[in-house]
Design a protein. Sequence first.
Length: 365
Amino acid sequence: MSNEKIELSKLRDRIDQIDRQLLELISERARCAQSVAEVKLSSGAQGDVVFYRPEREAQVLRKVMELNSGPLSDEEVARLFREVMSACLALENPLHIAYLGPEGTFTHAAALKHFGHSVVSLPHAAIDEVFREVEAGTAHYGVVPVETSSEGMINHTLDVFVNSPLNICGEVQIRTHYHLLISPATQIEDVEVIYSQASSLANCRQWLDEKWPGAQRVAVSSHEEAVTLAAKQKNAAAIAGEHCIGLFGVKSIAGNIEDRPNQIARFLIIGRERIASSGNDRTSVLVTIKDEPGALYRMLGAFYKHSLSLTRLDSRPALSGEQRYLFFIDFSGHWEDENVVAAIQELSREVLDVRHLGSYPLGVL
C-alpha cells in the first residue's frame, strides 16, 4: 500500500471515530431536550407550556459563533446548530409554522432558515391568513414579509398589525438570489420559455436580455407554479430561489442572475407571547400622533434624548380618517431596558398612543 493510501486510511478512520463521537453527543443533547420537556410539563398544564424560547436560541447561536475557531465560517456553524436545535425541539413539541405560501416562496425559505427543517410548515395564500392561524392557535408562530431592498416596506403586513393582538417574536433576513432552473431531463439548448412571477422576471430582466433574448417570458402566480411547469416541460425553465432545487427536483443552470446583487428581504416572526431579553434586541412600536406642527419633532426627541437608535420609521394616515398618523418604528433595545422604559414614558406624554408590537432578538443568521 502506498504512503498516500496509508495516510488516507488513517484520516478516514479518524473521521469515523469523530462521527461516532458527534452522534453520541447529539443523542445526549436530544435526551437533555426531552428532560427539559418533562420538567416543563411537570410544572404546569401542557397548553400553558412554552417549549420554544427565541431569546435562548439566539444566545446559543451567538455563543457558538463566538467560540468558533474555523475552518467552517461562523454562519455555517450557526446553521448546523440551528438544525440540531430544531430536531431536538421537535422531540419536545414539533412547532407548527404558518407562512405566506405557496411552497417555494422566499417566505418559506425564511421560515426554514429561522426554525430549521424539523418543523411542520403550513403555507397560506395571504398575510392576514397567517395572522389568523397564529391568533387561533392552529400555528405556534407565523412568518410574514415586511421589507425588501427592491420594493421597500410591505404595507399589508404593517396594516394587519394595527388590529392584531399578536407580537413580533423574531426577525430573519435572507438574500434574494435567483436561479434559472430546469428539469434534469431538459437540455439547455431546448429552453424556449421561462416561467416566473412578474416581479422575479423584472428583477432578472437585464440578465435575460443578454443570455436568453429569444426565450418567451411567462408570468405566473408563484415560484411553485413556475418550477412545477418547468419540471414537466422539456422546453421550459423557471426563475426561482435556490431553495426550490431541493423541493421540486430541478437543477440550476445559472445562479445569482438578479440584476441588482445583494438584495435582502426581511421577515418577521409573529406569535402570541412576549419575548424576554436576549442581550441584543430590537423593539417595534406603533405610535399614533396628531397631525399638527411639531408632532414629529416631539416624537423623535424622546428617542434622541434617551440614546435609542432608530432602525426603521414608516408612516401612513390612520384608517379612521381623522387627522392622525400612524408610525411604525423599530429601534435598538428591549422594552424592559431602563432607557427604553424612560423613552416610552416620555413619548407617551407627547403622542396620542404608543403600542408595543414586540421586543425580539436581532436576527443571528
